[in-house]
Design a protein. Structure first.
Length: 116
């Protein structure tokens, strides 16, 4: 995210009757310039509010991305991404219910969780 002229605000622990609490992300720019997949991976319970001219024009609920590219790195030393430099690091959603991602090349499970 370089040279983006936009405002992003995350509201933590906003009240929500349905979920108890939720985090709200406010964005003041073209939403298509943001990598929402990465945000969704970090926390797909975030609601993204798109703000233009001071008004909320759109609310987007994030869903887990089917594929994540160049965000996670495979820790398998025998994986081709560890051997060959320059390959994209691609993980795919193997189990949406348990939020498990696996390396597209070697099926190594990504185990570190970023949420919490
Ligand atoms: Zn791998």
């Amino acid at each position: 995210m370089d040279k983006l002229d936009c405002t992003v605000a995350i509201i933590k622990n906003a009240r929500s009757n349905r979920m108890g609490r939720k985090d709200i992300l406010k964005v003041e720019c073209d939403i298509d310039t943001l990598n929402l997949d990465v945000l969704a991976f970090i926390d797909h319970s975030i609601t993204v509010n798109v703000i233009k001219a001071g008004e909320i024009v759109e609310k987007r609920a994030l869903t887990l991305p089917q594929e994540i590219r160049d965000v996670l790195h495979c820790h398998n030393p025998r994986c081709i991404t560890s051997i060959e430099q320059g390959l994209p690091h691609i993980f795919y959603l193997a189990d949406a219910g348990r939020e498990i991602y696996r390396c597209k090349y070697c099926d190594e499970r990504y185990s570190e969780r970023h949420r919490g």
